[in-house]
Write a protein that binds this ligand. Structure first.
Ligand code: PEP
Length: 250
């Protein structure tokens, strides 16, 4: 069984005061008793250094929410993967549905970002997931498959990515997919990853579920077959809730 990963996506939330306080709270909880899973927080870019300092030396790792596909250059307002590695990140989220919809990111761009992350020594967390309309039309698995085929790094590199299955309609809505739907989607993604990376490497890719994961539904979701962790948005902004989710890892 793959060790689970609980990753917090703070999105565009947090100032020096609140973000620092949240990170210090998580660091203190980790010092007291670390849960039996890997932990990651992805604050907004301006908080990477203070949050990284607060978490230094502990088990909670630092990640970012996006990166550019180029390693440097004339890209005003963007941040490059080597910069994130330099700031102490181990992971970076790419292709989150909010970036796909708000910034028109295509599968091709997401793949370029994921490959840039890998080249910089980071593990990309590649997000995929269907809209409600696509699910209702019976196209959920086809959409997920085409996103996976188009967005994950090409086989051949030394590292495999993390994949996050996040049904768009479940993000920030308080609605979650049923255990049966999650099992079906994750099973499909696992088979695809094995066909892309090979039986062994594809079997080690962590597949996270994301979409309104909360302390009261985490245990059930994390117990579903092929769910190797969670990508947590809203509930990651409260140390107590994030910790309760992590403590739900079987
Ligand atoms: C997310 O943004 O990746 C997410 C899953 O958000 P939430 O947990 O708030 O639904």
């Amino acid at each position: 069984m793959v060790r689970k990963l609980i990753a917090g996506n703070w999105k565009m939330n947090g100032l020096k005061g609140t973000g620092g306080e949240l990170a210090r709270d998580l660091a203190a909880r980790a010092r007291a008793a670390a849960p039996d899973c890997d932990l990651l927080v992805c604050p907004p870019a301006q908080l990477l250094f203070p949050v990284g300092e607060a978490l230094a030396g502990g088990p909670v790792r630092l990640g970012a929410q996006d990166c550019h596909a180029e390693p440097s250059g004339a890209h005003t307002g963007d941040i490059a993967a080597p910069m994130l590695a330099d700031a102490g990140c181990s992971h970076v989220i790419v292709g989150h549905s909010e970036r796909r919809s708000n910034h028109g990111e295509t599968d091709g761009l997401v793949r370029a970002k994921a490959e840039a992350a890998t080249a910089a020594g980071l593990t990309p967390i590649v997000c995929v997931g269907e809209t409600e309309e696509e699910r209702t039309a019976g196209r959920a698995l086809a959409v997920i498959e085409s996103q996976i085929r188009g967005s994950v790094p090409e086989a051949g590199g030394a590292e495999v990515p993390v994949v996050a299955y996040e049904p768009v309609w479940a993000i920030g809505t308080g609605r979650t997919a049923t255990s049966g739907d999650i099992a079906q989607a994750h099973g499909h993604i696992r088979a695809l990853l094995k066909s892309i990376y090979g039986e062994e490497a594809g079997g080690t890719v962590r597949i996270l579920y994301g979409g309104s994961v909360k302390p009261d539904n985490a245990a059930e979701i994390l117990a579903v077959a092929e769910v190797d962790g969670a990508l947590v948005g809203g509930a990651s902004l409260k140390a107590e809730d994030f910790w309760a989710i992590a403590a739900s890892c079987p």
